[in-house]
Write a protein that binds this ligand. Structure first.
Ligand code: GLN
Ligand code: ZN
Length: 796
C-alpha cells in the first residue's frame, strides 16, 4: 500500500461569517486604518491555518490568502503595477467583464481613494503599498481600475495584469513572508502557493507579441529567486499553479513550459515543486507529467474522465508524486467516500504510485466555509453537504483509509455512504411526475408551432408596434425603500397583503412613468425580486436556501447561490400576479420576465448526481409551465433571460457543441409551448458572441436584447453576416455608468447597428436592467432613448 498525504490547494478567504469582507469594507470606508486591517486579517489568516491543521491537513497552503485577488498578489510580487498608477501615462478602459446587473452580489462601497500621478509609488525598498494594491483593484477618482474577468469557468473574477511597458522586478517575496509567518506564529511548515509564470503571462494583457518571451525570460529568474529564498527558509514544498495547462496548449507554450521548469529545477534542485492544474484535464498529459518537478497535481473531478484515461493509458513517472484532486473543490456536496476510495485506488494502481497526495480538485476558494452554521437546513440536506472544512475532513478520512487500511476509517466511510444515499433516496430527488415529464421529452429540439417568419407576421398583426420599438430589459430602480419593504415582509413585520400592496403601488407608479415617457413595450419592474436566480430558487421545488453559504465573486463581493438539491418543479405560478397586475394597468404590452434554465443552473450550487442536461431540462419544464401560465393570464410577450449562456461554455472547445446543444434544447423546452402570437424575448449581458451566434439564433427567441455599449462595433460585426434574422436590440446606452446618454450618442450607436441590421428587426433598449440606477438617472435616460427612436424613425 502506498503512502498518502492530505493536502489542500487553497482555503476560502472570506471567513465563516464574512469577517474578511467586513474588514476590507471597513478599511475602504475609512473606519479602520491599514495597520488594523493588517492585524485583524492576520488573525483570520492564522485562524484558517490552525483550522486546517486541526482538520489534519498535512500540506497546508500558505500565501493563498489575499486581500483581494491572488493574480493581483502575484503581479505585485513582481512589481507589475500598471503605469498609470505609478506615474506612467497609459490609461485603460474601466471596469470588469462581469458588469451585469446581477443583484445577488452583496454590496461593495465605491472606491474613494484619491491619488494623482505618483501617488502609489513604491517605498525605498521598492515595495508597493496597500493603497496602490487597492487602487489597481478598485480604481480611484483619477484612475480606472484594472479590468477584471472570470477565473476560468468559475464565478470568481481576477484582476487582469496590465503589462504594457512594464519590466518585472521582485519587489516583495510575498510567498516567503507568508511561509515565515505560519512557521513563526504557529509552527506550521506550510506549502507556499503561487500562480505560475506561464499562467500569469497568459492571463495578462498589454504584452506586445514579440515581448512575451523576453518577459518570460525576465520573470523566470525572479520566480527562481522567490523559490530559492523559500527553500533557504526551510520550505520543502511549493505549489505552483498553472491552470492554463487545461486549455489548449500550443507547441510554443509547451516549449515555454519546459524552459520555465527546467530553469527552476536547475536553480533550486533541493526544493520540491508541485505543479498544480485544475478545472479540467491537462491538455498535454504526457509532456506535463515529464516536466522536471517533484509532483503533478491533477483534477480528477472536473476532467470528464480524461485525466484518469490519460493516466491509465500512459502511466505516471516513477520519480514523481501524483497529487490527486478527488474531492470536488467547486461544489458543495458531500462525497460518497467509498466511491472516492475506489477512485483513489484506481489512480494509485495506474500510477503505480509509491506516494499520493490526496486533495481537493481545486482551491476551496470556490466553496463556502462550513456547514456547521446551517442550522435551518433540513438534516438530510445538511448531512449531504460538504463545504471547505468538511471537505478537508473527507480528505483526512481517505488518507487514513489508504494508509491504515479501510477498517481504520470504516465508520466515517459508512457514514458518508449513508448520508449520500439518504439524500438520493429522499422524495425530493425522486419525484415521479418530474421523471415522467422528462421521459416524455423528444430527443429532437422542441419547436414553436410555426417558423419565425410566420410568427413575425402573426405577431405584427396581433400587436402592431412602431418601427424601432422601444423597451427596457426588465428591472427598474431597486431603491432602499423597495429593499426595506422586502426585508420587513421577510421578517414578518409586514403582512403579505401590505407587501403586495406596496409592490403594486410601485409597479403602477412605474407603468405610468413608462407610459408618459412613451416606451412601447413596458415592464413591471421586478421590484419583488432580490436577485434574478434566487427569486426563482425560493419558489421552485428542489431548491434550498442556505444561511451562510457565501463565496467570493470578486474583491469583497460575495454571492450566496441557491442550492439546487432536488427535482425541480413548478409548485405554483411564480410571476403571474405581478405581470398580470402590471398588464391590467395599461393598454401597452407588458413583458413577462423570467430567468432561463441555463442561467438558473449556472448561478446555483447544483446537485451532482444527475447530468447537467437533465437538471437543465427539469428547470426548463418548470419554466415552460410558468410561460404557459403567463400566456394564459394574457401576457403576450415573455422575456426569458440567459445572461449566463456564454459564460457557461466549457473550457475545452471540443465540448462546446454538446454544451450549446443542451442549452438550446433547454431554452426551447422552456419557451416553445406558446401560440404564434406570443412573442418570446431573451436577454444576454455583454460577452464575445462571435463564435456562438448560431446557437443564439437556434434559441429561436423572437427578439433578443444584448448588452453592447461597451463594445458596440465588435458586437455589430458579429451579426454582420445576416444569419441573425430575428428581432434584436443591441443596447444603446450603458446602464453601468451614472452618466446620462445624450441623444446624438444614442442615435449614432443605433445607426452603426442599422448599417448591418434591418430596421424592421431592430429594437431600441438599454444595455441591461436598470435596478442599480436611480430614478433621477433612469427617467431622463429613457426619455432621451425614446426621443432618439422617434428621430430615427423619421430617417428609416
Ligand atoms: N431582467 C433582468 C433585469 O433587468 C436581466 C438582468 C441580467 O441580465 N443580468 O434585471
Ligand atoms: Zn444584462
Amino acid at each position: 500500500m502506498g503512502q498518502a498525504k492530505s493536502s489542500n490547494l487553497g482555503y476560502p478567504r472570506i471567513g465563516e461569517k464574512r469577517e474578511w469582507k467586513k474588514l476590507l469594507e471597513a478599511h475602504w470606508s475609512g473606519k479602520i486604518d491599514a495597520a488594523e486591517l493588517e492585524s485583524e486579517t492576520k488573525k483570520l489568516r492564522l485562524g484558517y491555518l490552525k483550522k486546517q491543521r486541526d482538520l489534519q491537513t498535512e500540506l497546508i497552503p500558505v500565501g493563498d490568502f489575499s486581500l483581494y485577488d491572488h493574480v493581483l498578489d502575484t503581479a505585485f510580487t513582481f512589481g507589475l503595477v500598471p503605469q498609470r498608477f505609478t506615474g506612467g501615462a497609459n490609461s485603460a478602459a474601466h471596469g470588469g467583464d462581469c458588469g451585469c446587473a446581477r443583484g445577488s452580489h452583496d454590496e461593495e462601497p465605491a472606491a474613494s481613494a484619491d491619488g494623482g500621478v505618483q501617488a502609489f509609488a513604491p517605498d525605498e525598498k521598492g515595495v508597493y503599498g496597500l493603497d496602490a494594491y487597492f487602487a489597481v483593484a478598485r480604481g480611484t477618482k483619477a484612475f480606472a481600475a484594472s479590468p477584471m474577468t472570470k477565473w476560468f469557468d468559475t464565478n470568481y473574477h481576477y484582476i487582469v495584469p496590465e503589462l504594457q511597458g512594464l519590466t518585472p522586478k521582485l519587489t516583495f517575496n510575498r510567498p516567503l513572508a507568508f511561509y515565515l509567518e505560519a512557521k513563526e506564529e504557529l509552527g506550521i511548515d506550510g506549502k507556499p502557493v503561487i500562480v505560475g509564470p506561464l499562467t500569469l503571462l497568459k492571463l495578462a494583457r498589454g504584452i506586445e507579441a514579440d515581448r512575451f518571451d523576453s518577459l518570460l525570460d525576465e520573470l523566470i529568474p525572479l520566480y527562481a529567486q522567490v523559490l530559492k529564498e523559500l527553500s533557504e527558509a526551510g520550505a520543502k514544498w511549493v505549489q505552483i499553479d498553472e491552470p492554463i495547462l487545461v486549455l489548449e496548449t500550443s507547441d510554443e507554450d509547451a516549449a515555454r513550459l519546459r524552459r520555465i521548469y527546467e530553469a527552476f529545477a536547475a536553480a533550486v534542485p533541493e526544493l520540491n515543486i508541485l505543479l498544480q492544474t485544475y478545472f479540467e484535464s491537462v491538455s498535454r498529459y504526457e509532456e506535463v507529467v515529464r516536466l522536471p518537478v517533484q509532483a503533478i497535481g491533477l483534477d480528477f473531478v472536473h476532467d470528464r474522465g480524461r485525466n484518469l484515461a490519460a493516466l491509465e493509458r500512459h502511466g505516471f513517472p516513477q520519480d514523481k508524486i501524483l497529487a490527486a484532486g478527488v474531492i470536488d473543490g467547486r461544489n458543495i456536496w458531500r462525497s460518497d467516500l467509498q466511491v472516492k476510495l475506489d477512485l483513489l485506488r484506481r489512480i494509485e494502481k495506474a500510477a503505480n504510485a509509491k506516494e499520493l497526495f490526496v486533495q481537493p480538485s481545486s482551491s476551496l476558494l470556490h466553496v463556502p466555509v462550513t456547514t456547521r452554521s446551517e442550522e435551518a437546513l433540513e438534516a438530510k440536506i445538511k448531512n449531504g453537504l460538504s463545504f471547505a472544512d468538511e471537505k478537508l475532513t473527507e480528505i483526512a478520512v481517505l488518507v487514513k483509509a489508504l494508509n491504515e487500511g479501510v477498517d481504520a476509517a470504516a465508520a466515517e466511510i459508512r457514514e458518508s455512504v449513508d448520508a449520500v444515499a439518504a439524500l438520493n433516496a429522499s422524495p425530493e430527488r425522486n419525484d415521479e411526475s418530474v421523471r415522467e415529464a422528462l421521459n416524455k421529452l423528444d430527443a429532437r429540439r422542441p419547436k414553436r408551432l410555426s417558423a419565425y417568419a410566420v410568427r413575425r407576421d402573426v405577431q405584427a398583426k396581433h400587436r402592431p408596434l412602431p418601427l424601432l420599438p422601444t423597451t427596457t430589459i426588465g428591472s427598474l430602480p431597486q431603491t432602499t425603500e423597495v429593499r426595506q419593504a422586502r426585508s420587513k415582509w421577510k421578517k414578518g413585520e409586514w403582512s403579505e397583503e401590505r407587501y403586495t400592496e406596496f409592490l403594486h403601488a410601485e409597479t403602477e407608479r412605474w407603468i405610468r412613468i413608462q407610459e408618459e415617457i412613451g416606451i412601447d413595450v413596458l415592464v413591471h419592474g421586478e421590484f419583488e425580486r432580490n436577485d434574478m436566480v434566487e427569486y426563482f430558487g425560493e419558489q421552485l421545488a428542489g431548491f434550498a436556501t442556505s444561511a451562510f453559504a457565501w463565496v467570493q465573486s470578486y474583491g469583497s463581493r460575495c454571492v450566496k447561490p441557491p442550492i439546487l438539491f432536488g427535482d425541480v418543479k413548478l409548485l405554483s405560478p411564480m410571476t403571474v400576479t405581478e405581470s398580470a397586475y402590471a398588464q391590467s394597468l395599461t393598454d401597452k404590452p407588458v413583458k413577462g420576465m423570467l430567468t432561463g434554465p441555463i442561467t438558473i443552473y449556472n448561478w446555483s450550487f447544483v446537485r451532482d448526481d444527475l447530468p447537467r442536461a437533465e437538471v437543465q431540462n427539469q428547470i426548463a419544464l418548470a419554466l415552460r409551465a410558468e410561460v404557459s401560465a403567463l400566456e394564459e393570464a394574457g401576457i403576450g410577450m415573455i422575456q426569458v433571460d440567459e445572461p449566463a449562456l456564454r459564460e457557461g461554455l466549457p473550457l475545452k472547445r471540443e465540448d462546446w457543441q454538446a454544451y450549446l446543444d443542451d442549452a438550446v434544447y433547454a431554452f426551447r423546452a422552456s419557451t416553445t409551448s406558446v401560440r404564434d402570437e406570443t412573442q418570446i424575448h431573451t436577454h444576454m449581458c455583454y460577452a464575445e458572441f462571435g463564435d456562438i451566434i448560431q446557437a443564439i439564433s437556434d434559441l429561436d427567441a423572437d427578439v433578443i436584447s444584448i448588452e453592447a455599449a461597451r463594445s458596440h462595433g465588435d458586437l455589430v460585426t458579429a451579426f454582420e453576416d445576416g444569419t441573425y434574422d430575428k428581432g434584436i436590440g443591441l443596447g444603446v446606452f450603458d446602464i453601468h455608468s451614472p452618466r446620462l446618454p445624450d441623444l446624438s450618442e444614442i442615435e449614432s450607436i443605433a445607426k452603426r447597428a442599422l448599417e448591418v441590421l434591418d430596421p424592421a428587426q431592430f429594437w431600441i433598449n438599454p444595455d441591461c436592467g436598470l435596478k442599480t440606477r436611480r430614478e433621477e438617472e433612469v427617467v431622463p435616460s429613457l426619455k432621451t432613448m425614446v426621443a432618439a427612436a422617434a428621430a430615427l424613425r423619421e430617417q428609416f
